[in-house]
Design a protein around this ligand. Structure first.
Ligand SMILES: [Zn+2]
Length: 285
């Protein structure tokens, strides 16, 4: 099977899926209340009931900026997480960027959908002294204020998902820009709150030449999550995910958006297609 194309072009805009490798998680946790007999036909589990997921990042090249959406788990996640999730960073994000001939200095803007460790691990890098510094030295990092506050002071159920010491240097370096809700990111690109996975989880909409790309991040982690009931057990506010996903899908169908998924290995770009009452995803390019 030929893999779906990893690149989408609008006039003057280019969007490229970059991998930061893959990992494995429990299939049941990924599909919430959906029974195994239904999800297993879309995502084949291994003997330990785990499914393979991508760590997708998207590079958006507009006429005036190079924007990176999410940064994967990064190279320094450590043994405990690697053993548990079987992270396989071949290729890692920086290798994926280098494959396009781009150094970290080429990135103007980094946008994090949220700050769970598998979406911002590449934001910073470890120095020889064991401290952390921004991995993209010229970039502005755009994060929702509510998400930043949660990540700096993690509490409760979400606590293991945040690694604040690795993020704080972004504020110290002056590269952090906090948004309060929806807001512009650059020419043709805007942040859009899609709450549910976390309270301030955001997607990114890129619109140009009459076409729209929407990175829904963990609101729709794979094409198999297009069904409204397919909501991850990891979501803090699943009822909000249901509502925000429903609104997003209605608009995406009406306006024929191309969707990007945070964790789909086989389908980096998808378009919605209605089959009777059901929505389906077809690979898009
Ligand atoms: Zn995720």
């Amino acid at each position: 099977m030929n893999p779906a194309p990893d690149r989408l072009t609008f006039r003057g805009f280019e969007i490229i899926r970059l991998l930061d490798g893959t990992f494995r998680v429990d299939g049941g946790a990924m599909f919430g209340v959906v029974p195994r007999t239904l999800w297993a036909s879309k995502a084949a589990p291994d003997r330990e009931n785990r499914i393979t997921l991508a760590l997708n990042c998207y590079l958006v090249r507009t006429p005036d900026a190079t924007i990176l959406l999410d940064t994967g788990v990064g190279p320094d996640i450590g043994r405990r997480y690697t053993d548990f999730y079987s992270f396989d960073r071949r290729p890692g994000l920086l290798e994926s960027l280098a494959g396009l001939g781009l150094a970290p200095e080429a990135v103007d803007i980094v946008v994090n959908s949220h700050l769970h460790f598998d979406h911002c691990g590449g934001n910073t890098r470890k120095t020889t002294a064991g401290t952390w510094e921004p991995a993209f030295p010229r970039a502005r990092y755009i994060v929702q204020r509510g998400e930043w506050d949660q990540a700096m002071h993690p509490v409760g159920r979400d606590k293991p998902s945040y690694l604040p010491a690795r993020l704080k240097p972004l504020a110290d370096s002056g590269q952090l820009m906090l948004l309060d809700g929806n807001g512009p990111i650059g020419q043709g690109a805007e942040a859009v709150i899609v709450p549910g996975h976390t309270a301030s989880h955001q997607g990114v909409r890129v619109a140009a030449a009459g076409r729209t790309f929407f990175y829904a991040a963990d609101a729709i982690p794979t094409a198999a999550h297009i069904g409204l009931d397919s909501i991850m057990s990891y979501d803090l506010y699943p009822v909000e995910t249901f509502d925000s996903k429903k609104a997003l899908l209605e608009r995406a169908e009406a306006e024929d958006w191309v969707l990007g998924f945070s964790h789909d290995l086989a389908v980096p770009f998808g378009r919605l297609r209605r089959v009777g009452k059901r929505l389906d995803v077809v690979a898009a390019s």
